[in-house]
Write a protein that binds this ligand. Sequence first.
Ligand code: GLN
Length: 332
Amino acid sequence: MVDTAERALVQTQLEDLRGACSSGFGTLPGEEVVSYYPPEMERHAHLFGLAGTNIDGTQWSVGDADVRFPLHSICKVFTYGLALEDNGRDETMRRVGVEPSGDPFNSITFDEVNHRPFNPMINAGALVAANLVRGGDRDERVARLLDRYRTYAGNPDLQVDQDILAAQLVSNDRNLGISYLMRSLGMLDGDIEDNLFVYLSACSITVTAAELSVMGATLAHGGRNPLTGDRALAREYTRSIISVMTMCGMYDAAGEWTHDVGIPAKSGVSGGIMAAIPAYFGLGVYSPGLDRHGNSVRGVAVCRELSARFGLHVFADPSESQFGRVAQPELT
Ligand code: GLN
């Protein structure tokens, strides 16, 4: 169990980081807001929430960690998880790869050699993952996804925000284009509108940064929610998901992210970032201003600093950091 001193140290550091990353943008390359999604979310520019959940159940939260926002691309992680469970590794791999594309999330590019989208963290691959989720009709597929998402978050009240879904369904030309192309190439089956409904419903599920940190902790905990003890995903698939997050989770900045920050993570254009450090903890961040890749500007900044102070980079020696890895549960 995390002791009181460790808990207080992390809380103080999170508060310090939130303050440090709230101002001073534009001073480092890439630290500038270039857009908000949707643009009217600029009115939420001031929001900045940060939360952590240790796999032993200890939680931290700072700032606007209880404000709800849609998952958007963060949903791709959990939808891929259910696709893996429903179809197994080999069939899922046949339909969607695990290679970083280096292209923006909504690019119209495919792995021509293997006849599939590059990975499930870009829209093309996420649409195939949604296609792989089983169910009698689109409502049943959404209900199955929602049920899993609730288990990851430990909140039985998670919902699809119908206004956000409706807005996405009417401004969806690019995803429609990608879908029709994939169907013509034999990469996608069935009704395209239904599949988009499933994918966009998952994008429209709203969470808080605090819940996002629990979802990350569930992945870090081998697929079992550390607060409720409920299983959200078969253990054997967590490794697949976390690997793909590491290589492809931060859009076309994934390489730089893994190089500099080194934490498996997934971002969404609503300004959320979820991170999962295996056998350690989950992190949830919310701040709506986006950089040119579509990643939260403050979210990236805070994760970079957190990684440096606490030695979180998965490929680095934690002893090089200021504090090292505090509050890391012992593996039994
Ligand atoms: N709902 C958005 C879309 O598909 C999600 C995109 C994102 O977060 N990058 O287009």
